[in-house]
Ligand binder design. Structure first.
Ligand SMILES: Cc1cc2nc3c(=O)[nH]c(=O)nc-3n(C[C@H](O)[C@H](O)[C@H](O)COP(=O)(O)OP(=O)(O)OC[C@H]3O[C@@H](n4cnc5c(N)ncnc54)[C@H](O)[C@@H]3O)c2cc1C
Length: 629
């Protein structure tokens, strides 16, 4: 029996309908390209929508001393100098324009008293920099980008009588394979989640905008669709992933009750005055300020408290250190027996702000705790602990065009699925601006690539048949393993052995267990048919989760230092030699993960000159410092 496949032709296919995907699609459509947007979940329900804190852009609205150079410096410091400097530079320079542009699409940001876009403080940012809409910034961003897409569809309708003529959204549709002719992208294959019917989109250019990988971890702020699909699709099509060892564990996830463990408690609670205390009632973050940050952070509670009113003449509270520092500090306090029974510490805003203010500032935090944990945060502290939140590693891309490196042409990546921009650790707020800056670039360059092609690559029947067979395989295994058990086992391996603090023995053990899981996943089964069958969907996702987890574990074992989102108990220091190394994963012929070391591109002189030598000496080797002089 032949399998029915719905076929479409596009110039650019964008996989992912979060901020990066929507911004890329808008740009490709503005360049006149027929563009498809594919979304695994409902249109509008992406991670981007969950972003609360805001989008970082050096507009200088609240403190006029802010500019792209200060933002660039903060981003490089946050990433511990492993960032792709060119991406950090483009991001810092272009973010303000991308935010102002959103206003022309209809976004309504909160305002300062004099009517400018308001900006709030956030960890690691020297000045108030996060443009925000209460704690619903991501929602406003997605709403606005969707609105822009609808307005473009209306223009297309006026011209052609068809809303979908130039830009069409396929929601609740999962892409399982990229199809190639030789080394060039020829299309994408997937299925409608509701009907289980297959879909083939032939296109010479694909933009990956699939977000993160957090569902491979037990405790995570990420939702069900973040199974590393884009990372795995990139690898399988011949592209490379960079620095997959760097995962951000957000310091403040809910820890109680178990049903909500991992859900994020926004950093703006700390930006607005919330402080972290252990069960002895001590503000412990003062004990955890690393030397590299000592100059910028307050040494006493009095100075830290003064900063909220007078940031120009006081140093920042240590609660606002970059996320990796705060997450490790909480981890240490809990380990030392100064944590709560549920394994967290206390985040206190109740004793710091009047109740009405607490309700007004982070309103959804108040409701989140009231409804999910029955805790009134205007009266009691919140119980919080680290949660897997963001992956800094991702598709290795050319910084200017967002084109994927490796053996593949016609593939682009933007947003959380791409790597390099944030180095070893991302600053809060830098993701929303990253996805606008590089989403736009990816859409623009994917369109230009499609334009410049002579003959378009063709999808082969054999490849489509293989994609169909791979998709149907779990349904045909009568005694296959249960996908939910496999996912739990994978989450246990990653959470327990490749988590926030890593050790050689555990990482070696993790790799052994991942190999065992690989064999079991090859035998995963799903009962039932193709019509809305979440077990089948997970069975297909597991293949991606496993391959991406293997990259993370391999790179974590290889990198013998501690930096940003990678902490090795057996190598606790940051090493200037390791700063010169990017770890790059590819797939070999047998489908196994191959890891190689590649040099980190050297920063241009005028960018190096933005830093003081004493600061550079914390990160760079002696040879590099000699060259700087
Ligand atoms: C709770 C929370 C709060 C956050 N707060 C902030 C903040 O305040 N500021 C900030 O800068 N960052 C924040 N972040 C991080 C930020 O929201 C994300 O990194 C960012 O939104 C990622 O955007 P994206 O466009 O790359 O991907 P996403 O928004 O994650 O979208 C990915 C899209 O890809 C689709 N997809 C995935 N796989 C497939 C597939 N196989 N086929 C088809 N479609 C697929 C998904 O359905 C989705 O549409 C937060 C994250 C979380 C979880």
């Amino acid at each position: 029996m032949t399998t029915r496949i719905e076929r479409h032709h596009y110039d650019v296919v964008v996989i992912g309908a979060g901020g990066a995907g929507l911004r890329a699609a808008i740009e490709a459509r503005l360049a006149g390209k027929r563009t498809a947007i594919i979304s695994k979940s409902l249109f509008g329900k992406a991670h981007t929508v969950m972003a609360e804190g805001g989008a970082a852009a050096a507009m200088g609205n609240v403190n006029s001393r802010d500019n792209w150079m200060v933002h660039f410096r903060d981003t490089m410091r946050g990433g511990k100098f492993l960032n792709n400097f060119r991406m950090a530079e483009l991001h810092a320079k272009e973010a303000p324009e991308r935010i102002w542009e959103l206003e022309t699409y209809g976004a309504l940001f909160d305002r300062t008293k004099d009517g400018k876009i308001s900006q709030r403080n956030f960890g690691g940012h020297e000045y108030p920099r996060l443009a925000h809409v209460g704690d619903r910034t991501g929602l406003e961003l997605i709403r606005t980008l969707q609105q822009k897409i609808v307005s473009l569809q209306q223009e297309d309708f006026a011209e052609t009588g068809n809303y979908d003529a130039k830009i069409r959204v396929f929601s609740e549709t999962t892409i399982t394979e990229l199809l190639l002719e030789g080394d060039r992208i020829a299309g994408a294959f997937g299925y409608y989640r509701e009907s289980g019917e297959f879909i083939l989109l032939e296109a010479p250019a694909v933009v990956l905008a699939t977000g993160g990988v957090g569902r491979s971890y037990k405790v995570t702020s990420n939702s069900w669709e973040y199974t590393g699909d884009g990372h795995a699709l990139a690898l399988r099509s011949g592209a490379t992933l960079i620095n997959m060892e760097f995962l951000q564990f957000h310091p403040t996830g809910m820890v109680w009750p178990p049903s909500v463990k991992g859900i994020l408690v926004t950093e703006s609670v700390r930006g607005d005055g919330g402080v972290l205390k252990n069960t002895d009632g001590k503000r412990f973050m003062f004990n955890y300020v690393p030397d590299v940050f000592r100059k910028q952070y307050a040494e006493t509670e009095e100075e830290a408290d003064r900063w909220y009113k007078d940031p120009d003449n006081n140093r920042r509270p240590p609660e606002l250190l970059p996320r990796d520092e705060v997450a490790r500090a909480i981890n240490s306090e809990v380990k030392a027996g100064r944590g709560t029974k549920a394994g967290g510490v206390l985040l206190d805003i109740a004793s710091r702000l009047p109740a009405e203010e607490v309700q007004r500032r982070p309103p959804s935090m108040y409701h989140q705790f009231k409804e999910l944990a029955d805790v009134d945060i205007t009266k009691e502290p919140m119980e919080v602990g680290p949660t897997c939140h963001y992956v800094m590693g991702g598709v290795e891309v050319d910084p200017d065009s967002a084109a994927a490196f490796g053996r593949v042409e016609g593939l682009f990546a933007a947003g959380e699925v791409s790597g390099g921009m944030h180095g070893s650790n991302r600053l809060g707020g830098n993701s929303l601006s990253d996805l606008l800056v590089f989403g736009k670039r990816a859409g623009e360059h994917a369109a230009a690539y499609a334009d410049a092609l002579g003959k378009r690559p063709k999808v082969t029947t054999g490849d489509v048949e293989r994609a169909v067979d791979a998709a149907l395989a779990p349904l045909s295994r009568e005694n296959g393993e249960n996908p939910y058990t496999l996912q739990q086992d994978l989450q246990a391996v990653m959470g327990d052995l490749v988590g926030i603090i890593r050790r050689e023995g555990e990482l070696t053990d993790a790799l052994k267990r991942l190999q065992e899981l690989k064999l079991r996943v090859a035998n995963v089964g799903a009962a039932g048919g193709r019509r809305y069958n979440p077990g089948w969907h997970l069975a297909l996702d597991l293949r991606n989760m496993l391959i991406v987890s293997e990259c993370t574990a391999k790179a974590a074992l290889e990198r013998e230092e501690s930096r940003g989102g990678h902490t090795r108990e057996d190598f606790p220091k940051m090493s200037p030699q390791w700063r010169l190394v990017n770890l790059v994963c590819s797939l070999d012929e047998a489908g196994d993960v191959h890891l190689e070391r590649k040099p980190v591109p050297a920063m241009r002189t005028e960018l190096i000159q933005l830093f003081e030598r004493t600061e550079l000496s914390k990160y760079m080797t002696d040879e590099e410092l000699t060259e700087v002089e």
